[in-house]
Design a binder for this molecule. Structure first.
Ligand code: A3P
Length: 310
């Protein structure tokens, strides 16, 4: 995508219906600037100092972020908590793995993160080129989760209905133009895909669909990448399965905090919205075969030669 914005400076006033939705073209991507002011992105880019053992969960919205945060938190903290006293029972995963831009650097342009115990768990929806340089220079680990874009469109449409009355077709059209939160999708995906090939010990590329299909194998892969591999003893005693079951859609969705809670300061009216149906392929109920073919063709062209396919 052509950037209308040169560096860390002022966002462009690109006129389109993206404008009405609070999407601002900034550093080559469409940023939902009502929840992520560009000033908090600039503060994060300037001030965040990554540590080598930091873990950063990255996604485009509606790709399985909440699920991945619960898994990462559970893997890393499995020696500190049992399943009955884990903070996940009473706290939504988004607060346990806070967003650097939506939470931390929005509240304070230079927050004190030095008191957080290692490994620090953070998250962001920002594309790779927009990450703080200290992340790129450090040895920290980035876990990127991606989902097929057809399900993302449908999931986002449902999710935003509390504040946005666009039809699923409108969402689809904007998605095809790359005009969606943190889009274009293909540029976002390619940034992390290429880094996962270039620096496989620093960037892990996970797919929502693979996690659904074989959560045990993918959770083991995730734990090994994070530097918290399961021991043979843990595998024998069922620790991996217990984490997978605890973080499953049905378990997380039925926790009181995720049924009736709301995250302080969030524009999202309740945590329930993060748990809708958790299925692969729901898009066939909402997008026509012609629409699917059209976006497939766009993706084929945009991702051509990268090895990344959907
Ligand atoms: P659907 O709307 O298709 O149901 P994000 O966390 O990035 O906002 O993504 C939300 C999507 O992940 C929603 O998809 C939600 O239902 C699904 N989801 C949330 N928790 C999940 C879990 N534990 N397992 C599988 N899917 C989950």
């Amino acid at each position: 995508m052509e950037s209308k914005e040169s560096s860390l400076g002022t966002p462009s006033a690109a006129a389109s219906n993206a404008d009405d939705l609070g999407l601002t073209q900034f550093q080559g991507f469409w940023i939902p600037s009502r929840s992520v002011p560009t000033s908090s992105i600039i503060a994060f880019q300037k001030n965040f100092q990554a540590l080598d053992d930091d873990i950063i969960v990255v996604s485009k919205p509606k790709s399985g972020t909440t699920w991945l945060k619960a898994l990462v938190f559970s893997i890393v903290n499995r020696h500190h908590y049992t399943f009955s006293n884990t903070p996940l029972n009473s706290t939504n995963p988004h607060l346990l793995v806070p967003y650097l831009d939506i939470h931390l650097y929005k509240k304070n342009p230079n927050p004190d993160l030095s008191t957080i115990s290692s490994p620090r768990l953070f998250s962001t929806h920002l594309p790779y080129p927009m990450l703080a340089d200290s992340i790129k220079r450090s040895n920290c680990r980035i876990v990127y989760i991606i989902r097929n874009p057809f399900d993302i469109i449908v999931s986002l449409w449902h999710f935003l209905r509390f504040m946005d009355d666009r039809s699923v077709e409108d969402h689809f059209e904007m998605f095809c133009r790359g005009e969606e939160g943190y889009g274009p999708f293909w540029d976002h995906a390619l940034g992390y895909w290429n880094m996962s090939l270039e620096k496989p010990s620093n960037v892990l590329f996970l797919r929502y669909e693979e996690l659904k299909e074989d959560p045990v194998a993918q959770t083991k892969r995730l734990a090994a990448f994070l530097g918290f591999p399961f021991s043979i003893e843990e595998e024998k005693t069922g620790m991996v399965n217990q984490i997978v079951d605890f973080c499953s859609f049905n378990n997380l969705k039925d926790l009181e905090v995720n049924k009736t809670g709301k995250n302080p300061g969030s524009i999202i009216p309740n945590n329930k919205l993060f748990f809708r149906s958790g299925k692969v392929g729901d898009y066939v109920n909402h997008l026509s075969p012609t629409a699917v073919e059209r976006l497939s063709n766009i993706l084929e062209e945009k991702l051509s030669g990268s090895g990344l396919t959907f």
